[in-house]
Design a protein around this ligand. Structure first.
Ligand SMILES: [Zn+2]
Length: 201
């Protein structure tokens, strides 16, 4: 894959090839297949004992994946018919590097009885939500409550800074506005605080 990925610690999934039997002996959390391949029996990272030529998998007991009730912050990467996919950057205020995504329903009610008033989402919107289920290994989050929804976004017309005006987001540069499902603390300053507290960038 890309160069960037090579520098990161590789996470092995169950069934993935860890090594061949010519190179290593399979240790903890591995199994041997008939063709002489050592495969991972857990989610974790490779650990090699070069002296004994044993390779094992150090299990990751999922501190990197969220639990129900966790607060997630990320950005909209994809928009489907009625769902958004959010690339998660922070779990409970701590930066997450595991690169998973959560999905949320765009049917958040609130705003309008009128269909046309339904809030809009755009890729790149910064979203805050809470994990409500982990069904089928998919992280589902809700953005329906007051403190959830779009936390910050730039103007869809000119890329300018925006402010919250009732249930709309308004550009302070060009004046363009859109109905959105916004958090009660919407704004650039909130985003800045999350970045600062999360300890990165
Ligand atoms: Zn604008």
């Amino acid at each position: 894959m890309s160069k960037e990925n090579n520098n990161k610690v590789m996470i092995m999934l169950p069934g993935e090839q860890v090594a061949s039997i010519e190179e290593f002996e399979g240790g903890k959390n591995t199994y041997l297949t008939q063709d002489g391949t050592i495969r991972s029996a857990a989610i974790g990272t490779k650990a090699m004992d070069l002296k004994r030529r044993v390779i094992k998998i150090e299990p990751k007991n999922a501190p990197m994946l969220p639990k129900i009730g966790d607060i997630l912050v990320g950005y909209v990467e994809m928009i489907f018919a009625s769902m958004i996919s959010v690339k998660v950057l922070y779990i409970n205020g701590v930066e997450s590097t595991s690169g998973f995504s959560a999905i949320a329903s765009m049917r958040v009610g609130g705003g309008g009885r009128d269909r046309r008033e339904r809030p809009i989402f755009r890729t790149g919107d910064i979203i805050r939500g809470r994990v409500m289920s982990l069904l089928n290994s998919t992280v589902h989050m809700t953005i329906a409550e007051r403190e959830f929804g779009v936390l910050y976004t730039t103007c869809f017309m000119c890329g300018g800074d925006t402010v919250k005006v009732n249930d709309t987001v308004k550009c302070i540069e060009c004046g363009a506005w859109e109905p959105r499902k916004l958090t009660n603390d919407y704004g650039k300053e909130t985003l800045r605080q999350i970045f600062r507290a999360g300890g990165s960038r």
